[in-house]
Design a protein around this ligand. Sequence first.
Ligand code: PEP
Length: 247
Amino acid sequence: MAGLPYIVGNWKMNGTRAMLNEARAIDRAAARFPKVQVGVAPPATLLYRVRDAVELIGVGGQDCHAKDSGAFTGDVSAPMLKDAGADFTIVGHSERREYHGESDADVKAKAEAALSAGLAVILCVGETESQRDAGDAEAVVGAQLEGSCPKADGAPEKLSVAYEPVWAIGTGRVPSIEDVAAMHASIRGKLVELYGEGGGEVRILYGGSVKAENAAELLAVPEVGGALVGGASLTAESFLAIVGAAA
Ligand code: PEP
C-alpha cells in the first residue's frame, strides 16, 4: 500500500468562520507530523477561507455534483471545488446515500467528475447494521465498489476508499479489529479485481467513531491506510490526537 497514513476530517454541516482557528491550529501542528498526510473537508461555505488559512494540510469538499455546471440549485460542481482551492472531495458518504438517495451510479459519476476536474477522491462505502447482522457486509461493500468506483483518468492513482460502517458513524461503536481487518482485506481484493495492479496502491481509510483512544489500534490494522474522522475532527485538539496516533 502506497503513501503516508492519511487522516482526513469531515466537518459535515458544522462550522462558521470561528472554525478557521481550528483549521489554523491543525495546519500549524501538521508541521510536527511530516509522516502523516492531513486533510480537512469543511462545508462548502468555508472552503475558500480554509484554503487561505492553511499551508500544509489538504482541503476538500464533502460532495460534488456529477455535472460541471447548470440548473442544479444548491449544488456545487467539481470544477467549482477546484476553483475554490480544493485538493480532493469526498463522494458517496452514507449520509449522502441515505438522505439524498444517491445510488452507486450517482456516486461513480460524481467521482469521475471530480477526477476530471483534477481533484483526488475519497469514495465512501459501508454496510448498515442489518446487512452486517445478516452476514452480508462484505458482499454489500463489494457491490458498492463495483458500482461506484470511477473509471476516469486519475483512477486509481488519485482514489482513496473510506470504509465506513453506517452503524459506526457518530455512534461511538466500532467494529472489532478482526472485522476491520477482514473488510479491508476484502476491499483490497475487490480493488485489485477492478483496477489490476493499481488497485494494490489505493489507500483504504477506516471511518466510524475514530477517536484518540482507538486510533492507534485501528491504524495498526493491515490495509488500514488512514482514517476519515467526523465528530472528533471538529476541534484541533481531538483531531490532532488522531493525527499523532498515525505518526
Ligand atoms: C463520518 O461521518 O465520516 C465519520 C466517520 O463520522 P464519526 O467519526 O463522527 O463517526
